[in-house]
Design a protein around this ligand. Structure first.
Ligand code: GLC
Length: 574
């Protein structure tokens, strides 16, 4: 293995050391100086960061005329402006009056979830910097004792909603420091902007040192860099800024640089003919080979959301201006491409069914030369009359028709989906409730890959057998994304139904990472217990339902400048 040169911080001075395994930060630290537990900060609400940034943008962005759903949650957003944003969600009070017009009894699982979440806190230099992936006491910890960037997002949102932004700030700054390390896999150096998939603090009580180890893909199974980490980092920075009103963090030169580096990786010129990002398998939440190679929908929606968040956060100074222009251009191209080619409803399905192939020239209708014979059997029954969704992948002669949960929720939250598409996505979830929610919310993707296809696509992966883990397993963490999407589209009753299902089992089953089976009735074959994002996802879902104004930190209004493409998307008129 090649040697890495890393900076070592000892007694305030910086030394160069060689590491033969991974990127490390060594820290001499006096444990007796540990500060008290995180305080509840009571930050004064400042002018909304969005308001401030929007008016400073190079392109004038006027908000879309408010829809029924917008008005629905904006009513609560106003509430947020009046009171301190760091007000705790009212679970400690016997009865809260903000539960979407209905009384809301705190569920006994909430206190248990907070206890579990706090037990996963990781400290570095005496400060909380993240939460480990699972409180797992088995021998097979693998890397579940690490702080994963993507896993920390629901934890971070829970802390922000509870008026504890300090840990989120520490996490953002700490991971930013990790970004600047030299990253190598064998002899190949990774891009400067790559953010780690996860990191870990090693304590040496004898030498009184703390060591930080980060994984950028060089230890990960499959050796894949986490493309989603950087996007989540930007999305979280905006959530922090929106929730606290503290713009000083995002304005720091190092944060501005961090964002520019992340985005430079994605906005660089190459041989691409599409505005979407070409990715390897395993680069996102589904971090194993699952046939998402190409232009996976999860990455495209996170890319879109991160670009929109960055547009609000990047300062218009000399270095910011240029990247802002590139962001705006890419957003236009990306939203057009996604809304045109990734969107599927009954009308579009029927068009593909009747596609001609081998068309050449600009007039081609079937631009990617998709063969109608490649349409899978299940799609004809699965597609409801009303409803639609963004499919898994689109490339040359390739359409992956699988439904992916995280991506479709992010499409709603980022407003990559137009208002009509947002409604259609929710319509589909309601009409295909048994398939997508079943006994435990929520399927990571639908349907599962089986038999010969499973062999070819997963490379015979025994963890991803049909209806298990990433291959059609049910992941409780997705509850927070569903709830956010429900609130945004004005359909909180759907979230309530899903949460009730989770409440019937989650605590009793020990907060598993995922469930198996067509209906999600079985605790996952190799699922961790006390999986942190299952716990945090539940808390975030509950807090958002109780106080919908929280949605603002993770949701963006439709941008009128990004014109909807509606020519084919007419499922709602059927
Ligand atoms: C699994 C998941 C991944 C998650 C990790 C830690 O590998 O696929 O998304 O980040 O576990 O929980």
């Amino acid at each position: 293995m090649s040697k890495l040169t890393v900076d070592t911080f000892q007694n305030g001075s910086i030394k160069n050391v060689d590491s033969s395994s991974s990127v490390q930060e060594l820290e001499e630290y006096d444990f007796s100086k540990l500060p008290a537990r995180p305080r509840n900060l009571n930050l004064e609400r400042q002018r909304s960061f969005e308001e401030r940034s929007l008016s400073e943008l190079p392109v004038g962005l006027s908000p879309h005329p408010p829809s029924r759903a917008d008005n629905f949650y904006r009513a609560f957003d106003n509430f947020d402006n009046v009171f301190s944003p760091s007000k705790r969600s009212g679970f400690n009070t016997p009865m809260s009056q903000f539960g979407f017009g209905q009384s809301f009894e705190p569920h006994p699982m909430i206190a248990e979830a907070w206890d579990n979440l706090r037990r996963t806190l990781v400290h570095f230099r005496g400060q909380p910097v993240g939460t480990i992936a699972a409180l797992d006491n088995s021998d097979e910890k693998l890397n579940y004792d690490q702080v994963f960037v993507r896993d920390f997002v629901p934890s971070a949102l829970a802390f922000l909603m509870n008026g504890e932004p300090e840990i989120v700030k520490n996490f953002l700054l700490k991971t930013l420091r990790l970004q600047s390390w030299e990253k190598k896999i064998d002899r190949f150096q990774l891009g400067e902007g790559v953010m780690p998939a996860s990191f870990k603090v090693l304590h040496d009580p004898i030498r009184n040192t703390e060591t930080l180890i980060a994984d950028f893909g060089e230890s990960a199974i499959g050796r894949v860099a986490p493309v989603d980490s950087g996007f989540w980092w930007i999305i979280l920075l905006r959530a922090y800024t929106k929730s606290t009103g503290d713009t000083s963090l995002a304005e720091k030169p190092e944060c501005q640089k961090g964002m520019r580096l992340i985005l430079s990786l994605c906005l660089s010129e190459g041989f691409d003919t599409f505005p979407t990002l070409l990715c390897a398998d395993g680069c996102c939440m589904i971090d194993r080979r699952m046939g998402v190679y190409g232009y996976p929908i999860e990455i495209q929606t996170l890319f879109f959301m991160a670009l929109r968040c960055a547009m609000l956060l990047i300062k218009q100074d000399a270095s910011g201006k240029e990247i802002l222009e590139r962001i705006v251009k890419r957003l236009h191209a990306l939203s057009y491409h996604m809304r045109s080619y990734f969107w599927l409803d009954l009308k579009q399905l029927n068009d593909i069914y009747r596609y001609k192939t081998e068309e050449y020239s600009h007039t081609a209708v079937n631009k990617f030369n998709v063969m109608p014979d490649s349409l899978p059997e299940w799609i004809f029954d699965f597609m409801p009359t009303h409803g639609g969704y963004f499919i898994g992948n689109v490339g040359p002669s390739k359409m992956d028709f699988r439904w992916f949960c995280l991506a479709n929720c992010i499409a709603i939250l980022s407003s990559l989906a137009t208002h009509e598409q947002q409604t259609a996505i929710m319509d589909l979830i309601e009409s295909r409730w048994e398939e997508l929610v079943g006994d435990m919310p929520l399927k990571v993707c639908y349907p599962a890959i089986e038999s010969h296809e499973w062999r070819i696509v997963t490379g015979c992966d025994p963890k991803n057998t049909r209806w298990s883990y990433h291959n059609g397993g049910s992941w409780p963490v997705l509850l927070w994304l569903l709830t956010a999407a429900c609130i945004k589209t004005g359909r909180p009753q759907i979230a309530r139904r899903a949460i009730e299902l989770a409440e019937a089992r989650l605590s009793k089953d020990g907060w598993p990472e995922y469930y198996d089976g067509k209906n999600g009735r079985y605790i996952g074959k190799q699922a961790r217990k006390y999986q942190t994002w299952s716990v945090a996802g539940y808390l975030v879902a509950k807090m958002m339902l109780e106080d919908p104004s929280h949605l603002g930190m993770i949701s963006l209004e439709e941008d009128k400048q990004l014109k909807p493409v509606l020519k084919r998307s007419s499922s709602w008129t059927f």
